[in-house]
Write a protein that binds this ligand. Structure first.
Ligand code: G3H
Ligand code: ZN
Length: 338
């Protein structure tokens, strides 16, 4: 079916209290993994393209990949710009055929962020496209932990990792969080359609261990009626049971990803976890058969691992089973090298 806008999907998700998964379109295999997961789960889905993906694949390739799978899909698909950091980039993506835009003005002073977000919303709305904008700043783990330290940290028990991150990153993550008292004015002055508010998550985490701030999400839900977007979700601990199994103690003002959706998060961005699942699947396959020469036979298990992860997230978000029908039943396969 033709691409749909994020506005249609998020309004429905908000009304019915679930979240739409937004997964990054970094290569053909990941795009197929996400679409196959959406088909099998009967879930609406957002495929988003970041600046990094545009540099990697080229805007034309990234756009065409998502347009092609959407056209063939029996579930609704959005092509969204993820973390566009300039007006021009948003215009380029609008022109390329994206059906949802994002301006990330977190590096700018608030007034400038408002000014550019409003300008993008104005032109996007003129052609019926919705815009997401960022309030506060959702940091990345590299801002606090360098590669070597991260590698050492990730091998410790999850509860210990959380305690160390609470000390090293916690205060700064808190200082960057969105101020709910600014949300209503931000939304009103920009005219945006969904709000990516910093609510405690950190981009690019290696495991799902970190809590979100329940109090911040609740305050934002009260302050604005717009659908809220959770970024950096790969690192967020998924459920209470999951936290317990990992020995992670949540504080009273914290919550899991599952709870955040119940409170009012309507779009959940997951990138790193998909990438890691894909890499693990491919590496295991090649480790098992190191003489394999056909890249497809190594990449396919990567695709399948990524798909399973995405399916799990769709169930967690409550987006599974929202679309009627049985799907196309086609899955990627490699019969023989040719
Ligand atoms: O915008 C993209 C997301 O926020 C993804 O973050 O890689 O931490 O899942 P993540
Ligand atoms: Zn993000």
């Amino acid at each position: 079916m033709p691409l749909v806008t994020s506005k249609e999907l998020l309004q429905q998700a908000q009304a019915e209290r679930y979240a739409v998964g937004a997964f990054n379109a970094n290569n053909m295999e990941c795009v197929k993994a996400v679409i196959e997961a959406a088909e099998e789960e009967r879930a609406p889905v957002i495929l988003q393209v970041s600046q990094g993906a545009i540099r990697y694949a080229g805007l034309g390739m990234a756009t065409t990949m998502v347009q092609t799978v959407a056209q063939e899909a029996s579930v609704p698909v959005v092509l969204h710009l993820d973390h566009g950091t300039s007006f021009l980039q948003n215009v380029q993506c609008l022109h390329a055929g994206f059906t949802s835009l994002m301006y990330d003005g977190a590096a700018e002073p608030l007034e400038k962020n408002i000014e550019i977000s409003a300008k993008i919303a104005e032109i996007a709305h003129a052609v019926g496209l919705p815009v997401e904008a960022e309030l506060g700043k959702i940091p990345k783990i590299e801002d606090y932990v360098d590669g070597e330290r991260a590698n050492e940290l990730r091998h410790r028990p999850p509860a210990e990792q959380v305690e160390i991150l609470r000390e090293t990153a916690g205060p700064q993550v808190e200082a960057l969080m969105a101020d709910a008292s600014q949300a209503a004015t931000f939304v009103e002055k920009t005219g945006i359609d969904s709000l990516a508010a910093a609510v405690g998550s950190i981009h690019g985490m290696w495991a799902d261990i970190w809590p979100l701030r329940r109090d911040r999400i609740e305050a934002l839900v009260k302050a604005t009626s717009l659908p809220l977007v959770c970024h950096g979700s790969s690192g967020v601990v998924r459920t209470r049971a999951d936290a317990k199994a990992k020995g992670i103690e949540l504080r009273p003002d914290e919550c899991t990803l599952e709870e955040a959706v119940q409170i009012g998060i309507c779009k959940v961005n997951v990138a790193t976890a998909v990438s890691m699942a894909f890499l693990r699947g491919a590496r295991e396959a090649w480790d098992e058969r190191p003489a394999e020469k056909d890249l497809r036979k190594v990449l396919l298990p990567g695709l399948q691992a990524a798909k399973e992860l995405v399916r799990g997230y769709m169930r967690l978000f409550g987006s599974s089973g929202r679309i009627a029908g049985a799907g196309r039943g086609e899955t990627s396969e490699v019969k023989h090298a040719e």
